[in-house]
Design a protein around this ligand. Structure first.
Ligand code: THU
Length: 133
């Protein structure tokens, strides 16, 4: 991905973070998924008084893309709210692996400093839906 596209995706994720509903952890996260056709879907974390019901920003963004028929996801940017770069949790890694194991994951701190990995690097030998076919 070219630098400018990465920057745009990070900006979209940072903007989505503004909608985070995180009254319990106070840790606000935004994500943006870039699909192979160029469309971008954003998401934020949404917590719940029943803690396990909460959902991460990445799964919201990817679910929005998939529910619009876009399962081919080229990249996902995640922006957290601390000085540590926010990498997807294990559940999100598996969730995203289903669709595009080779997607680029751009993990950012609150100031937009970023690291890049393929999803396969973050979840080597993950369980893929293809194994069931
Ligand atoms: N969270 C995300 O949305 N994405 C991540 O990559 C890490 C964690 C959320 C879940 C919870 O609402 C809050 O951040 C604290 O864990």
């Amino acid at each position: 991905m070219i630098k400018n596209d990465v920057k745009k995706l990070i900006n979209a994720a940072a903007a989505a973070r503004a909608s985070a509903y995180a009254p319990y952890s106070k840790f606000r996260v935004g994500a943006a998924a870039l699909c192979s056709d160029g469309s971008v879907y954003t998401g934020c974390n949404i917590e719940n008084a029943s803690y396990p019901c909460g959902i991460c920003a990445e799964r919201v963004a990817v679910s929005k893309a998939v529910s619009d028929g876009r399962t081919d996801i080229a990249a996902v940017a995640v922006v957290g709210s601390s000085s540590e770069k926010c990498t997807p949790c294990g559940l999100c890694r598996q969730f995203m692996y289903e669709f595009s194991p080779d997607m680029l994951v751009i993990s950012c701190d609150k100031d937009g400093n970023s690291d890049e990995h393929t999803l396969y690097e973050l979840l080597p030998h993950g369980f893929g839906g293809k194994s069931l076919k």
